[in-house]
Design a protein around this ligand. Sequence first.
Ligand code: FE2
Ligand code: FE2
Length: 269
Amino acid sequence: MIPLAQMADAVLRTADGREKTALSRRLAAEWQAARDRGDTPEIGMATPPLHPARPAAPELLSPRDVPRRRPGTPEGRIALLHAVAHIELNAVDLHWDIIARFAQVPMPMGFYNDWVKAADEESKHFNLMCDCLEEMGSHYGALPAHAGMWRAAEDTVDDFMGRLAVVPMVLEARGLDVTPGMIEVFRKAKATSAVAALETIYAEEVAHVAYGSKWFHFLCGRHEEDPKERFHTLVRTYFHGALKPPFNEEKRAEAGIPPDFYWPLTETL
Ligand SMILES: [Fe+2]
Ligand SMILES: [Fe+2]
């Protein structure tokens, strides 16, 4: 088995979406099997690309140039699932990137277990969204998608705690806020497979946010820093703009993010 950082690098360098997720799931299963045997696999080192390889389609546009479609129409619902597929593919790369990018920071095995598991789930989420799109006569790549999704990774390329603060604890936590509304859209349209897929995503994303919070607190403890203050400083440094209520306080609490972490960030300083 190749060291984990090199597995991560291989996923990042695979361009096609379905191929990327297939490799991601296969490597995650190898890692899990080794852990189940009681092995302590090597983490190793890698030099991940600054931007992960991505397919030629979708065309990436600035958010203001991506056409808006109303969710009350089939086209609108396809566009919504396409946007989620794009987020999930980005999430696959984000989870492997944190492993490869910060491989030199010594971390307990549990950190890698969590991130490999989450990367595997993101891969499943992308596949689920692709399946739904195909069922509706479309596919990932058929519509333009947001450019700039990788910005959070670039901004925190040399700040491990910044990465944890912005990616799982801000961006993935935002997913918990908006997903119930999205599920309602598909429930009204009686799109049962999309409802089931989004419910899987919603349930599994709580754990991803929780992993972020757990390891952020771990690193604060290691450096004897106050987690809330450190979180506020990092989000104000690396995240552009204010956080937007309404928040899903219940799921955020379940994921270990208390209100005094996010409410003060609803105002830009
Ligand atoms: Fe996901
Ligand atoms: Fe996630």
